[in-house]
Design a protein around this ligand. Structure first.
Ligand SMILES: NC(=O)c1ccc[n+]([C@@H]2O[C@H](COP(=O)([O-])OP(=O)(O)OC[C@H]3O[C@@H](n4cnc5c(N)ncnc54)[C@H](OP(=O)(O)O)[C@@H]3O)[C@@H](O)[C@H]2O)c1
Length: 324
């Protein structure tokens, strides 16, 4: 089959586009004919060997998959061959076919479309699990989102709005804040000039925010923590900012704040019923136009190295989708 693959950890230009053995489903797996697959920051981290998920070489990257059921492994009763599905997998999406554990495959309504399906499966499930299941966001609360024009961040802006929250977007340019506003952010802060904490306090009458959904951490962390009000919840989703900060526990105690680590692998493998509910909610919200994934570009498999480099260089706003 046609695929994009890596023979060793490296940069985007080390990816190979060519023939790769077509996978057959093991017992418990579903084989998917891939129609759309997301390209994201986590793919670049994994390829560089800097992600918690490590791969045996050679491997096909691609965690976010939308397609149709091509075959069922032994012991798998459905969905029927031909059914449209989305799936999350540690690898394998950037190819004509992928095999995925049946527990990580969810039938998709016909009217969602494969591109939206691929864009929904990681960024939006992460945003929803972080804001709904971890932070328990209530209508009327204020949610701060860092990296608000990034894949997870933009999804979090929309999910927080759909949950009835007021959203403050944090990003590195007016253009990024404009896009976050288009997707529902009520206010925006460009952090590049400094003064993030003061800006948060200005926008919240000195109270601070109820929840921060944070895929960036790094040098923004001290201001984000200080910007959390009484009982504030900080959902730690990723480290796109580079540094992994230490958490000062006294600063949690003094305002009864909570630091919440959030990783989709926990939900995928330990809380499948919650993920099922999250996926159903996201499909319903998509049909009601409450969420609108921003697809920056769709391209064939041979464009994977360029798209991945664009994401790692922060030149692409929204999800890139490969179409095998
Ligand atoms: N916990 C989970 O289960 C889970 C699931 C999915 C992704 N993640 C992680 O979440 C993070 C964000 O993923 P994503 O898909 O949203 O990535 P993305 O689309 O590339 O967005 C990352 C955002 O981070 C900001 N940023 C700040 N400093 C950066 C730097 N030095 N390099 C790159 N970006 C920087 C950028 O916004 P500004 O320029 O506006 O600051 C950018 O928009 C990644 O670390 C990813 O691995 C975690």
């Amino acid at each position: 089959m046609h695929a994009v693959f890596a023979r060793a950890y490296g940069a985007s230009d080390s990816l190979i586009v060519g023939d790769f053995p077509e996978p057959t489903p093991s017992p418990g797996q579903i084989k998917i004919a891939v129609k759309a697959a997301g390209v994201a920051y986590h793919d670049g981290l994994q390829l560089a060997g800097k992600h918690q998920i490590k791969h045996d070489m050679p491997y096909v990257p691609g965690m976010e998959i939308a397609g149709t059921v091509a075959a069922l492994g032994e012991t798998v009763a459905g969905p029927a061959v031909g059914t449209p599905v989305i799936a999350l997998n540690d690898e394998g999406g950037w190819a004509d076919f992928a095999t995925v554990d049946a527990s990580q495959v969810w039938p998709m309504p016909d009217d969602i479309g494969f591109h939206d399906g691929a864009a929904l499966c990681m960024a939006y499930t992460t945003a929803h699990c972080g804001l709904y299941w971890e932070a328990g966001v209530n209508p009327g609360e204020t949610v701060l989102v860092t990296g608000a024009a990034g894949g997870v961040g933009l999804a979090a802006v929309e999910v927080a709005k759909a949950l009835g929250a007021r959203v403050i977007a944090v990003a590195s340019s007016d253009e990024r804040l404009r896009i976050a506003a288009e997707h529902g952010a009520d206010d925006g802060i460009d952090y590049t000039g400094g003064g993030l904490k003061a800006a948060i306090m200005d926008l919240t009458d000195g109270k601070g925010v109820d929840v921060a959904l944070d895929p960036v951490m790094g040098s923004l962390y001290p201001d984000v923590l200080s910007g959390l009000g009484w009982g504030g919840r900080h959902v730690i989703v990723g480290f796109a900012g580079g540094d992994i900060p230490q958490i000062p526990s006294n600063r949690l105690l003094v305002k009864n704040r909570r630091a919440l680590g959030m990783v989709m692998r926990y939900y995928r493998f330990h809380k499948p019923d919650m993920v099922r509910q999250t996926v159903d909610t996201l499909f319903a919200w998509r049909r009601q136009n409450k969420i609108r994934p921003r697809i920056a570009e769709t391209a064939p498999l041979n464009q994977a190295p360029r798209l991945l480099q664009s994401i790692m260089d922060r030149n692409l706003i929204g999800r890139a989708i490969l179409t095998p």
